[in-house]
Design a protein around this ligand. Structure first.
Ligand SMILES: [Zn+2]
Length: 448
């Protein structure tokens, strides 16, 4: 069955970054892609046996893209807050993760996927343990995205990661991809980064006309990464290069390329940004998590000007504490204005771009983050008939509402890969209460 979506307004960037605003729009979906988008009056004769969703109160936009999270950390939400990253990770999160079982990750990821879809996220990039459990959650919930094949020196080795790639990359009707997730420069040694990158280069060269794999890592998230990395290399008897920043460290390994997605990039200086730009590295900004963990803030105005593939991430729900990308959108749109005494920084249109087509570029995923004909049908509608989204008399005020007033609860319908997964605020085919109960049980067991 084909799908037709009606609305009051449709807004999207096309792949050339041109902004389109269509009044009284109709979107026609055939199979898993967008056949056409134009005004209702022009396209209405094309409607035949279509399922019709939406109405005159809906804003139609591309599904949002969450470029960096740890999906199953729904299990740990609210358990250890108001702590520095190092203590939070080493004293609270890692000991709990030691007790994780595959089913915990499955139930945690499934709830995270449900939360994300209800808030309008249609593609999500996760890095976590038990990737096959995460894959199952993606399959059952209908979400699109990328799971990580983890590599951490001495804990998770490359051969196991390769098995994950061979099993899951480009599966579930092309909705699921796998990244090589090398946690960070302070948990992965230089030879392990290089070994993974050699595999990646060979694999990607063999994938003619097929989706490539990305290498996904945390970069320059906290201030003392060089000292931590020096300690790690000393423990493994590996010589450490003469570098002063985590970006220089990764550059020295030769792994910087268009196939690297770097999350955070907080402690990067001007030269680091040049290095990232020169090597076409992709970046996920996660400002809410950065603020909460007191890691300082990335130089976002410079990053979005100088680097071409930048998207937004929530980071894990234990360090945010939600998977609602609207929280991150609003925070990003506001924070730098105040911090740098400049209300013209990071305009509404720019955050809209980062959350949609920017995310697609950051994940190197063609056909998402836009509504242009021929793209994949990942579409959300937002109900504008709300007190906090009134008035809406000017079309461009809607983008201001997007940046400064909307939240995930305003999302009314969600379509992923041409299939309706959320209809009138209700997630279809999944039992939300059961999913909540499963996570409560799993967390209780992990804490006991
Ligand atoms: Zn993270």
């Amino acid at each position: 069955m084909n799908l037709a979506i009606r609305g009051r307004l449709a807004i999207y960037f096309d792949s050339n970054l041109k902004l389109h605003i269509i009044k009284d729009p109709l979107v026609l979906v055939e199979g898993n892609s967008i056949l056409d988008i134009d005004s209702f009056s022009k396209l209405k004769k094309e409607i035949s046996n279509h399922d019709i969703i939406g109405d005159e109160n809906q804003l139609i936009i591309p599904g949002l893209i969450n470029c960096h999270t740890h999906l199953a950390m729904t299990l740990f939400r609210g358990l250890a807050d108001d702590l520095p990253l190092d203590i939070w990770l080493r004293k609270h999160i890692w000991p709990l993760e030691d007790k994780l079982q595959a089913n915990d990750v499955y139930v945690g990821a499934k709830l995270g996927a449900i939360e994300s879809l209800l808030a309008g996220v249609t593609t999500l990039n996760s890095m976590y343990w038990y990737p096959s459990s995460e894959a199952q959650a993606f399959e059952e919930t209908g979400l699109r995205g990328m799971i990580g094949a983890p590599v951490i020196t001495g804990i998770a080795e490359l051969p196991e990661a390769i098995e994950v790639i061979e099993k899951h990359h480009n599966t579930i009707q092309d909705r699921l991809r796998v990244s090589l997730s090398l946690h960070s420069p302070y948990t992965v040694t230089i030879p392990d980064f290089q070994g993974a990158n050699d595999y990646l280069k060979e694999y990607n060269e063999s994938q003619v006309d097929k989706p490539k794999i990305l290498l996904h890592t945390h970069l320059a998230e906290s201030e003392n990464e060089i000292e931590q990395s020096q300690k790690l290399h000393k423990e493994h008897g590996i010589e450490f290069p003469e570098v002063s920043t985590p970006t220089e460290l990764l550059e020295s390994t030769g792994i910087l390329s268009e196939y690297l997605l770097a999350a955070h990039c907080i402690h990067v200086n001007e030269n680091d940004i040049k290095i990232l730009e020169k090597n076409k590295v992709r970046v996920s900004l996660n400002p809410l998590s950065n603020a909460k963990l007191g890691n300082f803030m990335p130089p976002v105005p410079k990053i979005i000007t100088d680097i071409s593939s930048v998207g937004l991430g929530t980071d894990g729900p234990a360090s945010n504490n939600t998977l609602d990308l609207f929280d991150t959108i609003r925070f990003l749109a506001l924070y730098y204005k105040g911090f740098l005494h400049n209300p013209t920084l990071i305009k509404a249109q720019e955050v809209f771009q980062l959350a949609t087509i920017g995310g697609a570029r950051a994940l190197n995923w063609r056909g998402i983050g836009t509504l242009e004909p021929g793209s994949l049908a990942d579409i959300i509608t937002i109900n504008l008939k709300k007190p906090h989204l009134t008035p809406k008399n000017l079309d461009d005020s809607i983008l201001n509402h997007f940046a400064y007033a909307m939240n995930g609860n305003d999302v009314e319908n969600v379509v992923v890969d041409g299939k309706v997964v959320v209809k009138e605020n209700e997630i279809l085919r999944l039992d939300v209460d059961q999913s909540i109960n499963e996570v409560e049980e799993a967390t209780n067991r992990l804490l006991s």
